[in-house]
Design a protein around this ligand. Structure first.
Ligand code: PRP
Length: 212
């Protein structure tokens, strides 16, 4: 039997995914060792291979077939726009993509003047402002700590993930508009879905039953 390769998003999503897999009897003890720098792990018995990648790279590995399956946030799937099948909402990592800023920035969202929007998600921000709101904005790509941008005057608002809302609150910012809900999703390579359909569908069904 061929190995099925599963790409996990390094960090919180990977730990949650391993918990889910454990519930259906798929374990990978090696992977739980937080001090290890190892990137790839094998479950010989089940002929599964797991590796850890940065979120935005997971859809890339899956589109090219370097991984048959991936677990990644919906935000990253939408932002990356890769060719793959999204097959399951895993029901964890729930959060929202939002336009945020100081309360005083609310008046800028009516399109009356051109504003700057800082974000790690330029494609999602562009789609929202241009195609949904029909508002012309300048998008500025950042790589993290996005909440800084309106505080130091880089932009009027940000497009970012809000989970508990505490980062916003502690920085004097708030949700101004909600773009969409997000959660962890399972994605599958389009060829793998055909070639290994039976094994992959079994896995999807087992995970679906447990997440319900
Ligand atoms: C994310 C996001 C917010 C924060 C939201 O950042 O960009 O900053 O979490 O969570 P909260 O609503 O529970 O406060 P992350 O920790 O992934 O790091 P980053 O700033 O490097 O993107």
């Amino acid at each position: 039997m061929k190995y099925l390769t599963i790409a996990l998003t390094k960090g919180r999503l990977a730990s949650k995914t391993l918990e889910c897999l454990e519930k259906i009897g798929i374990t990978c003890e090696e992977m739980k060792d937080k001090s290890s720098r190892k990137l790839i792990f094998v479950n010989e018995e089940l002929k599964l291979r797991f590796f850890l990648a940065k979120g935005p790279d997971v859809p890339t590995y899956v589109e090219y077939g370097a991984a048959d399956i991936g677990v990644v946030g919906k935000d990253t799937i939408v932002e990356e726009g890769r060719k793959l099948f999204e097959v399951l909402d895993l029901g964890f990592g729930n959060c929202r993509m939002c336009v945020c800023g100081p309360a005083s920035a609310r008046e800028f969202l009516d399109g009356s003047r051109q504003i700057r929007v800082a974000t790690k998600y330029p494609n999602i921000a562009k789609d929202y402002f241009y195609n949904k709101k029909h508002q012309t904005v300048e998008i500025i790509k950042l790589n993290g700590s996005i909440e800084l941008a309106p505080i130091v005057g880089l932009s009027e608002v940000i497009v970012d993930i809000v989970e508990t809302g505490s980062t916003l609150k502690e920085n004097g910012l708030e949700v101004l508009e909600e773009i969409c809900p997000l959660s962890a999703r399972m994605v599958v390579n389009q060829v793998s879905m055909r070639m290994e359909g039976e094994r992959i569908k079994k896995l999807i069904n087992q995970l679906r039953e447990k997440s319900e």
